[in-house]
Unconditional design. Structure first.
Length: 69
């Protein structure tokens, strides 16, 4: 995939562009060597964590997150 290629080549700008434009992959997708994108670029964990948090906040709806302080 393009994300695999950018991560393998350690092209940070390309990785960021792809991620910002929706290039996230399911955790079980692999390249032809059965390696996920994070295999080539361990620094991608932050991006997957940001996506997870964004997805959680979108699925929680508007105003459903309150703080008890």
């Amino acid at each position: 995939t393009p994300l695999h290629n950018a991560a393998k080549a350690r092209k940070k700008a390309a990785v960021e562009f792809l991620i910002e434009n929706g290039a996230f992959l399911p955790p079980d997708i692999n390249d032809m060597r059965f390696n996920p994108p994070l295999h080539y670029c361990p620094g991608l964990e932050w991006a997957y964590e940001m996506k997870r948090l964004r997805d959680e906040s979108q699925s929680s709806g508007d105003g459903s997150s309150t703080s008890d302080s």
